[in-house]
Design a binder for this molecule. Structure first.
Ligand SMILES: N=c1c2ncn([C@@H]3O[C@H](COP(=O)(O)OP(=O)(O)OP(=O)(O)O)[C@@H](O)[C@H]3O)c2ncn1[C@@H]1O[C@H](COP(=O)(O)O)[C@@H](O)[C@H]1O
Length: 122
């Protein structure tokens, strides 16, 4: 199973639930979230991010690693609802990750610092 295929299929379903695309808030969780607006799904993203941290800490202490997978799935899912609301898709995130491929985070951070110093005229 390709990770990209699953994400693309889910993104298409989420897009089909958007207001104006036929999503029914009575029958669809995604349509309900999108209908409620950003505060609803952004709150879920905050909650799910916290759940990921708690599940990871549990896993550190011998807890169930599947719980961590489940919480990351919830986080990805709700983040995808947000992407859809803003007219974005997993391919946009994949393109950004591809752009970053091969650039060390340490190198990138040093470059940013140097650019900030240059902009400040130091
Ligand atoms: N991947 C998911 C998915 N992951 C999680 N969830 C829902 O996200 C909700 C939030 O999870 P919580 O653990 O916080 O549960 P909760 O306490 O019931 O949540 P709240 O009451 O706070 O909203 C739950 O109701 C889950 O069922 C999902 N709902 C839908 N999808 C996908 O979206 C598709 C479209 O869904 P509908 O729009 O509902 O048809 C589905 O076919 C799935 O592929």
């Amino acid at each position: 199973m390709s990770t990209g295929d699953v994400l693309d299929r889910l993104a298409a379903v989420i897009d089909s639930r958007r207001p104006g695309s036929g999503g029914d808030p009575e029958a669809s969780y995604v349509a309900r979230l999108l209908h409620k607006g950003p505060d609803a799904f952004l709150k879920k993203i905050g909650e799910e991010a916290t759940e990921v941290v708690l599940a990871a800490k549990d896993a550190d202490h011998g807890g169930d690693r599947q719980k961590l997978v489940n919480e990351v799935a919830d986080l990805w899912f709700h983040s995808m609802v947000a992407l859809s609301h803003y007219g974005l898709a997993p391919r946009d995130v994949a393109a950004e990750l591809a752009r970053r491929e091969g650039t060390s985070g340490i190198e990138e951070k040093a470059l940013r610092k140097a650019q900030r110093r240059e902009a400040a005229g130091d």
